[in-house]
Write a protein of this length. Structure first.
Length: 118
């Protein structure tokens, strides 16, 4: 089992930045992907970014490349999402997830709210 706890969400003005953290514990597989998804009110959940624990290979939603950066700290088993130049449309609940591949992210955190005001 893998436990994921997100933190770092909050209210920020458009153009601002936030950094989300996802602390992982339990049985962490180094081959796993850990990443971020988001869900805005009334919308489907969408992929944001992900990273492998081993090797640090990164994946991004095309629309977010350049503004969002995913990274990991293998010592502290934490994955980060640095979000810059935030826009009101980035408002959503952001979830940390982990799994063997993007289609089977079997472990999820409780989510953290990000609100971007205009």
């Amino acid at each position: 089992q893998v436990q994921l706890v997100e933190s770092g969400g909050g209210l920020v003005q458009a153009g601002g930045s936030l950094r989300l953290s996802c602390a992982a514990s339990g049985r962490i597989y180094t081959s796993y992907l850990t990443g971020w998804f988001r869900q805005a009110p009334g919308k489907e959940r969408e992929f944001v970014a992900a990273i492998t624990w081993s090797g640090g290979r990164t994946y991004y939603a095309d629309s977010l490349k350049g503004r969002f950066t995913v990274s990991r700290d293998n010592v502290n088993n934490t994955v980060y999402l640095q979000m810059n130049s935030l826009k009101p449309e980035d408002t959503a609940v952001y979830y940390c997830a982990s799994g063997s591949n993007m289609a089977t992210m079997g472990y999820w955190g409780q989510g953290t709210q990000v609100t971007v005001s205009s």
